[in-house]
Design a protein around this ligand. Structure first.
Ligand code: ATP
Length: 252
């Protein structure tokens, strides 16, 4: 763990049309820690997560105020492309979304569009698959379509695709919600292992998952950050009554 802030949002407000979805968000995520974002459906967790890697750039009705930063880099500054941002801030989605291509090509593609020299790519693909605990299962069938892998394997492939680009941050939006308990346990083990090299922010509805994986937890409600503390404090000694009621399962 360290006190160095890797990712932050300052005075952020976000509207979709006339509806304000994020309100006065001030939040920071320390380097090499896992932070879980929890809160009832519709409170803005995904919207906040997606803001960091500029997923709203193409939504004509989205209006964003405030500042998002990676270290001291303004993520919305003029001249900084989405591809540049996403090579440093990777994302893994709720539903595994491999390209309809081979296992190998799923990882190779990102390397190619980021101009990684051709000769380096096979080694990077192998390392990314090893790092994602998938290599032993797929090493003899790298040319097989990725869509034939199991759901859990596909999600680990998506994590491999993200880590291949050596991002500094990995954003995860309910990465296990479509998986069975065994696959979920594997991904959670992987997430905890990855924090040595990455800063991780994970949106989850699974309270046990937050407690098993996250150093810090953020509770959001109606577009606001209500409480942000160590995971132990959020679940066992919450300061805010709303947080207490939510983690006890009284609503949401
Ligand atoms: N592209 C969009 N255009 C318009 N409204 C949107 C868009 N994306 C999200 N919203 C709205 O913003 C609000 C917050 O949604 P968001 O997905 O961030 O919540 P969430 O806390 O992640 O919910 P869940 O836990 O159900 O995924 C919701 O009311 C949602 O309908």
């Amino acid at each position: 763990m360290s006190d160095q802030i890797k990712l932050s949002a300052k005075d952020v407000n976000l509207w979709f049309g006339s509806k304000q979805v994020l309100k006065h968000i001030n939040i920071s995520f320390p380097k090499n820690e896992i932070t879980a974002m929890i809160g009832p459906s519709g409170c803005g967790k995904s919207t906040l997560l997606r803001s960091f890697n500029r997923m709203h750039d193409l939504s004509p009705d989205a209006r964003i105020e405030g500042k998002f930063a990676l270290d001291n880099l303004d993520l919305y500054q003029k001249g900084l492309s989405v591809t540049q941002v996403r090579s440093r801030i990777g994302m893994v989605f709720q539903k595994a979304n491999p390209f309809p291509k081979s296992i190998y090509e799923n990882i190779n593609y990102g390397l190619a569009i980021n101009d990684v020299p051709k000769a380096d790519r096979p080694g990077i693909v192998e390392n990314a698959l090893r790092e994602s605990y998938l290599w032993d299962e797929v090493k003899d069938e790298l040319q097989k379509p990725a869509t034939r892998l199991s759901g859990g394997q596909q999600q680990r492939l998506c994590i491999a695709r993200a880590v291949a680009l050596r991002p500094e941050v990995i954003l995860m939006d309910e990465p296990c919600s479509a998986l069975d308990p065994v696959s979920t346990a594997k991904i959670e083990e992987l997430i905890v292992k990855l924090k040595k090299d990455y800063t991780i922010v994970i949106v989850t509805h699974n309270m046990q998952q937050a407690q098993r994986t996250a150093d810090k937890t953020v509770f959001m409600y109606l577009g606001e950050v209500i409480e942000h503390d160590t995971t132990d404090n959020i679940f066992n000694h919450p300061k805010n009554e709303l947080t207490a009621n939510y983690v006890k399962g009284h609503f949401g």
